[in-house]
Design a protein around this ligand. Structure first.
Ligand code: AGP
Length: 605
């Protein structure tokens, strides 16, 4: 996600902003910029790439003197990483500048309205509509103009806005994106998180959704959503910088596990409009498609394994899943009647890039589902749907996997609707179930406080088995990978029906088996497999819907998940497995965010 900072006081604002943005670099970004209020004007400097480029361009801020300003590190979501798309964005009259963290979901209609009213857009971003709205509503009252502009926005936004007519004032607005005020002496600050504040002050005011504030060097006034002044308490920041970067969590991985409901919401919400799945940038003609091939590596491949069930069930088109490292050399049966779906968090995985190019060479169109805007896969695919998970820092993917699945679910519904292979009633039912996913992911985080205790029980083992059937088996694949890559325990996932064909020979006294039982069509069968492995001494930890009474008598331990349609269950059912792997790795003293031998993006064969 983006990072925003702001300063008003007696120091060189540009230097304070550059240092603040440097503290936000860990969040991941691809461009940056600052705006400083000068005599009746606003000086803006923006770059693609690192903060170092901005320091060089502004000679460490010396070239744009001023005492009040705002700054931004951008993680591209709408529009590639370019100077034009970098923030801050200026109004046409140059009187205002804005920085923004979040996603404006109704930006397309606002952009149309503003364009018709004669406002000119410099960028492709959703953010730019904000600064033109402020200019449109400005009649001399800065606060009123910002209030009216904010009232037109839907989505998530933490905003910092400056106005050349009031050079020592910054207005900030918070809606569903974090925004913290730093209280100084003769100076005041704002930022996306405390890491950019603690060098100056540990006195903070945390804005709530709907609140906004006016900052001047000597005062901070907070207002409620209707513009009435309110009193907020000042908190003391006790975190050290390292803890602050992780939002107070011990590891980025845990922070990113917990962020998943918000990441899935951010990926899904802008694409659910008026009771429809709307995939703006997708104009694929599916009528000529006879087969869908999904290709990826690692967890992205396992996301495809889970998504396959949903696409096949709804679209009635055969879906095969191919490991990219195999597909690229397999002389694959690919032609113009194949739609290739390419899954990748980084968009830079060498095998996946090569597989995509080989399939395109054979006539297939490629639909990329990636998290990094402007990445190689995004740039070279025929169609691209972004996941809006924000930067994923931990090597072991979590929100990357669940947001990829979210886009696969959206695609399946969108395609089934256009192919006429889903009834209106089923479409509505699944749309409602989609909307409920973020809340159910949050529920599963809240339903299982006992996972650390389970990790204590199961962490000291040389191997683990993850078993399941149908969609549960696909989820077991990812659950086993999570366990392997961060706890270094040899974990294997097996189709539960396969046990008797050989693997059950490995089940010995005390062998941990994680049994996934969330697909009601096959739960009975999996419970029989639990009985089989229990009879050979296994210790079984079952994952099941709350209310499945019979399984309680069979398993040694339980993890509960809310009841979710099996076609959409993976994004919910994987969460406790991510947490289990995390806590087992913690018990084993592993380097959770940077597991040995692994890289965040495998850009070589
Ligand atoms: C997952 O936890 C691993 N980090 C790895 O398997 C990863 O999913 C794989 O390398 C694919 O990466 P990508 O999604 O960036 O293409």
């Amino acid at each position: 996600m983006c990072g925003i900072v702001g300063y008003t006081g007696t120091q060189n604002a540009a230097q304070v902003l550059l240092n603040g943005l440097t503290k936000l670099e860990y969040r991941g970004y691809d461009s940056a910029g600052i705006a400083v209020v000068q005599e009746n004007s606003i000086a803006i400097s923006k770059v693609t790439g690192r903060i170092a480029n901005l320091r060089a361009k502004t000679e460490d801020g010396r070239l744009i003197p001023g005492l009040t300003g705002i700054g931004h590190t951008r993680w591209a979501t709408h529009g590639a990483p370019t100077d034009q798309n970098a923030h801050p964005h200026a109004s046409n009259d140059g009187k205002f500048a804005v920085v923004h963290n979040g996603i404006i979901e109704n930006y397309m209609e606002l952009r149309e309205e503003l364009t018709q009213k004669g406002y000119h857009f410099e960028s492709e971003t959703d953010t730019e509509v904000i600064v033109h709205l402020v200019e449109m509503y400005y009649t001399g009252d800065f606060k009123r103009a910002v209030m009216k502009a904010s009232a037109r926005l839907s989505g998530s936004y933490a905003l910092g806005i400056v106005c050349a007519d009031v050079p020592d004032t910054i207005l900030v607005v918070r809606e569903a994106s974090p925004l913290i005020l730093g209280v100084g002496i003769g100076e005041n600050f704002f930022a996306s998180d405390v890491t950019a504040l603690v060098a100056h002050t540990r006195n903070a005011i945390y804005l709530e959704d709907g609140e906004f504030a006016a900052l001047t060097p000597d005062a901070i006034q907070v207002y409620d959503c209707s513009g009435h002044p309110i009193t907020k308490k000042t908190s003391r920041i006790t975190w050290d910088i390292q803890a602050a970067e992780k939002g107070g969590y011990a590891h980025f991985m845990l922070k990113e596990i917990v962020e998943q409901p918000r990441a899935v919401e951010a990926t899904m919400a802008p694409r659910l409009r008026n009771g429809q799945v709307v995939l703006d940038d997708l104009d694929i003609d599916l009528t000529g498609i006879r087969k869908i091939v999904i290709t990826a590596c690692g967890s992205a491949y396992y996301a495809g394994c889970a998504g396959k069930y949903t696409i096949e069930k709804l679209c009635r088109i055969p879906v095969t899943i191919e490991l990219a490292s195999e597909l690229r050399y397999a002389d694959p049966l690919i032609d113009e009647h194949v739609l290739l779906i390419v899954l990748s968090q980084s968009g830079e995985t060498a095998d996946t890039i090569a597989a995509m190019r080989e399939c395109q060479r054979r006539g297939a169109k490629a639909l990329a589902i990636v998290n990094v805007v402007g990445s190689t896969i995004a740039k070279n695919a025929d169609y691209t749907l972004y996941t809006w998970a924000g930067p994923e820092i931990a090597v072991a993917t979590t929100k990357g996997y669940t947001t990829q699945l979210t886009v696969l679910y959206l695609f399946a519904l969108y395609a089934a609707k256009s192919l006429g292979t889903v009834s209106c009633q089923e479409y509505k039912r699944l749309l409602a179930a989609l909307r409920a996913l973020p809340k159910q992911m949050q529920n599963v985080l809240d339903m299982n406080p006992g996972i650390p205790k389970l990790a204590e029980k199961y962490h000291d083992t040389p191997s683990m088995f993850f078993i399941g059937r149908n969609t549960d088996y696909a989820i077991a694949l990812e659950g086993a990978l999570k366990m392997k890559e961060i706890s270094y325990i040899h974990a294997e996932s097996y189709a539960a029906g396969e046990l008797k064909h050989g693997t059950i020979a490995l089940i010995h006294e005390g062998q941990p088996v994680i049994a996934l039982c969330c697909n009601e069509a096959v739960t009975e069968k999996t419970m029989n497999n639990i009985i089989e492995v229990k009879a050979r001494g296994a210790e079984v930890l079952a994952v099941a819907f709350k209310g499945n009474q019979r399984i309680i008598s069979l398993a040694d331990d339980m993890i509960y998940v809310p009841k979710v349609d099996p076609l959409l269950c993976a994004v919910v059912e994987i969460v406790p497995l991510q947490l289990l792997a995390y806590h087992v790795a913690k018990e084993n003293g592993c380097d959770i965010d940077k597991p040995k031998n692994l890289a965040k993006s495998v850009t070589v064969e």
